[in-house]
Design a protein around this ligand. Structure first.
Ligand SMILES: C[S@@+](CC[C@H](N)C(=O)[O-])C[C@H]1O[C@@H](n2cnc3c(N)ncnc32)[C@H](O)[C@@H]1O
Length: 375
């Protein structure tokens, strides 16, 4: 018989072999909620645990209020109602699954090439994670960030609707006991309210509509502690993309996954109603003649992030948002929501009005109080 925690004994639980993945950390069940009514979940007695009794490999989570239940298979909790997905999301899920199932798990998903590093370094800097922090990652994929972040924080809930990507990630997490893997859709998943210090995502560009993205912003505000931070990245529609004739809205390849390219001010404006302080800026900046310069590609990109106008050649946009406004509070209050960075980019972007510029000018006075750390 295996005793899990103080009150409950799980007489039917079995132990698993040492070299299998650890499973779903038992003590983190309290971070998830029923997708139907938002009530808390409990583990059914019949389950298979890790050898030390801390992780669930197979089992079922049941809602404490309704009849809903969610299976845990190989440590991944299944909260996905695949039939409820829209056509575009279903298409992406299928393509992500196909790609992931043809992939070999080769060590940590940490791609040390210049392109990746000039994205990952500023992103981790913006996240500014420490070992006491709790994290929610939306669209974790096969764990390019997750494994690295798990080593930096207290625990991380990693969500994706591609089960094959999560299976790869499960392999990568086999020695970790602080990663919760959830198969789910950002539009329906529910988590503990104000439980997270950081919410992170690189999936915004793949969401098929503005409504999907708004659902993600709302989920982030609801999940974050009042002093928490939401960091996400998206594809940029800057001068480079415009010059090369790239459409704002399209697919990576013919018939492939959908992606939307944002302008900096558009991305900023979309998130602003959900957070009091927002900074949006281009990253991963590679100029055409970059290889001829004496600095490494990564160092050049980091340097160019700070150079107005040139930084608009970035491939990606990085957004850092703080002070979540709870749903009742969501409203536009421009004096509180513009950042000094907005002012920097405004002269460039034709979508911006004179009124916006004057608001930003007055805003720069309080710059030091408002800039999220890590920038
Ligand atoms: C651009 S990939 C990012 C993967 C990983 N975070 C990275 O940076 O390498 C986007 C991921 O989001 C997932 N995704 C897209 N839409 C989703 C949704 N509505 N709910 C959950 N996951 C979603 C995809 O399966 C994919 O793994």
């Amino acid at each position: 018989m295996l005793l899990l925690s103080g009150e409950t004994s799980y007489s039917t639980c079995q132990m698993i072999h040492k070299d299998m993945i650890q499973g779903f950390p038992y003590q983190l069940i309290s971070e998830l909620r029923c997708t139907h009514d938002g009530a808390s979940l409990q583990l059914d007695q019949k389950c298979q645990m890790s050898e030390d009794g801390t992780c669930v490999r197979h089992g079922t989570l049941s809602c404490t209020d309704c009849s809903a239940s969610f299976a845990i298979n190989d440590g991944i909790v299944d909260m996905l109602d695949a039939d409820a997905l829209d056509v575009e999301s279903r298409h992406e899920k299928q393509l992500r699954n196909e790609t992931a199932s043809s992939q070999q798990v080769t060590g940590p998903a940490w791609y040390e090439n210049e392109q990746n590093l000039s994205e990952i370094i500023p992103t981790l800097e913006a996240l500014s994670v420490n070992s006491g922090m709790t994290m929610l990652e939306l669209g974790c994929g096969d764990g390019r960030y997750t494994v690295q972040l798990a080593g930096m924080c207290k625990w991380i809930v990693a969500l994706d609707f591609s089960v094959e990507s999560l299976r790869i990630l499960a392999q990568r997490c086999k020695n970790l006991k602080n990663v919760v893997l959830v198969l789910g859709d950002i539009s329906s998943v529910k988590v503990g309210s104000a439980h997270f210090d950081r919410v992170f995502s690189t999936l915004a560009s793949n969401l098929p509509t503005r409504e999907h993205r708004q659902t993600m912003y709302h989920l982030a505000t609801q999940a974050l502690k009042p002093d928490g931070r939401f960091v996400f990245s998206a594809h940029h529609h800057g001068p480079r993309q415009r010059l090369s004739g790239e459409e704002k809205s399209g697919r990576y390849t013919h018939g492939g996954i959908y992606r939307y390219n944002f302008t900096v001010s558009e991305c900023n404006a979309e998130v602003r109603p959900y957070f009091k302080f927002v900074i949006t800026r281009p990253i991963q900046i590679h100029l055409p003649f970059a290889r001829k310069l004496p600095l490494s590609i990564v160092d050049q990109s980091r340097f160019l992030e700070r150079i107005p106008l040139l930084n608009h050649f970035g491939n990606l946009i990085l957004c850092t948002a703080e002070h979540p406004l709870c749903s009742g509070e969501v409203k536009r209050s421009p004096l509180q929501m513009h950042s000094d960075y907005d002012f920097e980019v405004r002269g460039y972007d034709s979508n911006v009005t004179i009124q916006d510029i004057s608001i930003s000018e007055s805003e720069t006075v309080a710059k030091n109080d408002r800039t999220p750390q890590g920038h």
